[in-house]
Write a protein that binds this ligand. Structure first.
Ligand SMILES: Cc1cc2nc3c(=O)[nH]c(=O)nc-3n(C[C@H](O)[C@H](O)[C@H](O)COP(=O)(O)OP(=O)(O)OC[C@H]3O[C@@H](n4cnc5c(N)ncnc54)[C@H](O)[C@@H]3O)c2cc1C
Length: 383
């Protein structure tokens, strides 16, 4: 057993760290936070340098690396700035479904431009009535000759208002039992007649990402836009979660580390009662607990990524990584605010933003309860 990163991975980690340090300017981040805008210029540069889609094959604009390398980039980006890091990490959201299930033609048309910084992707699974439980979809796609006709709606879709296409989970067979055996993933392009989207409104954190409601009103989509196999969509989404939840766990890990870094620097500089805060034993214990939690989360996230790259698909471990890293991000960011006192509550000092951005880790891509259901399900032999 060897816990060290290999030479390539060390180089990628350093490159991601240096890029984020150089480009994720604090004032620019605060401007995007205040205006709720996607950091487009930084995203373009990240794409040019090969950070986005690093895990895609070279033929589709990637660098042939795996989930582990994608995790290292995500962690470093989110550590430097939770808002920019998460926005960049989600810029290619759901594209791995195309990577795994798409045709060569679909990959050339829709995956390559994502890695090149020419397109943003999104994935539409959640509906107003179906969040944790996506076994039955109200959004339907009915085949009519060479087209599917899509009707229905999705909600909370990341990149919804700014993405160039969305991979939509639809019910294509409403007779089959159980109903999830009748779902398919269909790609819908921005601008398709009958497809509209609108921002869901103000949210707690990740303000540099768009979160949208999508509406499909008799949207005609060529059958060539079916991604993967008809009526296998539910399974394709679950397979995607096996990978994507590791990336979300990496976001959480980076957010936790970034909040810790700021708290550590602060307690070394701030004096109260004639002593640096770092000299109080209670502060030292807080730092020790935070660092231990982060390191434990890192071990889980890296192991889940390493397993995935060895083709050892382990939903239990993936869920453990996402559940635990998400919890750690919230707890560490909370403690970081506490260590900064009143300053921690201020936007300017960043940790309150890390805290607000951390919370989504326990909600999207499966809530923490759903992760525990998966872990318990495997332990009890039910999954
Ligand atoms: C900012 C943001 C971005 C998002 N991005 C996307 C996206 O890009 N694409 C997409 O498809 N979705 C996206 N989502 C949706 C997200 O994945 C869902 O919100 C999430 O899966 C939970 O679904 P829900 O909100 O309907 O909550 P519900 O499913 O109604 O759950 C409410 C509560 O009940 C609990 N619960 C539900 N079922 C069980 C159970 N069986 N056992 C125990 N507890 C249970 C949940 O854990 C939760 O605490 C996003 C959401 C947000 C807020």
């Amino acid at each position: 057993m060897d816990f060290r990163l290999n030479k390539d991975q060390e180089a990628i980690q350093k490159a991601a760290h240096d890029f984020a340090k150089g480009e994720f300017d604090k004032e620019i981040a605060l401007e995007h936070e205040r205006t709720h805008t996607f950091p487009k210029n930084i995203w373009k540069k990240a794409c040019e340098l090969g950070f986005i889609g690093i895990h895609y094959p070279e033929a589709f604009g990637g660098q042939d690396y795996g989930v582990m390398e994608n995790v290292l980039v995500t962690e470093e980006f989110c550590r430097q700035d939770s808002g920019i890091g998460i926005a960049l990490s989600l810029s290619d959201f759901a594209s791995e479904i195309l990577l795994r299930c798409g045709t060569e033609e679909q990959k050339k048309k829709y995956l390559l431009p994502v890695a090149q910084g020419k397109m943003l992707s999104s994935g539409g699974f959640t509906e107003p009535d179906h969040g944790s439980d996506i076994t039955l979809m109200n959004t339907t796609a009915v085949k009519n000759g060479d087209y599917y006709v899509i009707n229905g709606g999705k909600t909370f879709i990341t990149n919804g208002t700014i993405s160039d296409y969305v991979l939509v989970l639809c019910q294509t067979d409403d007779q089959v039992k159980p109903s999830y055996r009748g779902q398919s993933i269909i790609l819908v392009e921005k601008g398709a007649p009958g497809y509209t989207c609108a921002d869901v409104g103000e949210k707690m954190g990740i303000k540099m990402t768009s979160t949208a409601e999508l509406s499909f009103n008799n949207v005609k989509v060529p059958v060539a836009h079916l991604v993967g196999k008809e009526n296998r969509g539910f399974y394709q989404v679950l397979e995607f979660f096996d990978e994507s939840r590791i990336e979300i766990a990496a976001q959480a890990l980076g957010v936790a580390q970034g909040a810790f870094d700021r708290a550590l620097a602060y307690v070394k500089g701030r004096t109260q009662f004639g002593k640096k805060l770092a000299e109080f034993q209670i502060t030292q214990h807080k730092l020790a607990e935070m660092a231990t939690k982060i390191e434990t989360a890192r071990l889980l996230v890296y192991k889940a990524a390493w397993n995935y790259d060895q083709k050892i698909v382990d939903p239990k471990l993936t869920s453990m990584a996402k559940y635990y890293a998400g919890r750690v991000a919230v707890e560490v960011a909370d403690e970081a605010i506490q260590l900064l006192g009143g300053y921690g509550y201020m936007l300017e000092y960043e940790v309150e933003r890390f805290y607000r951005d951390a919370k989504i880790m326990e909600i999207y891509e499966g809530t923490r309860e759903i992760q525990k259901n998966t872990i318990a399900g495997v332990l009890l032999g039910k999954l």
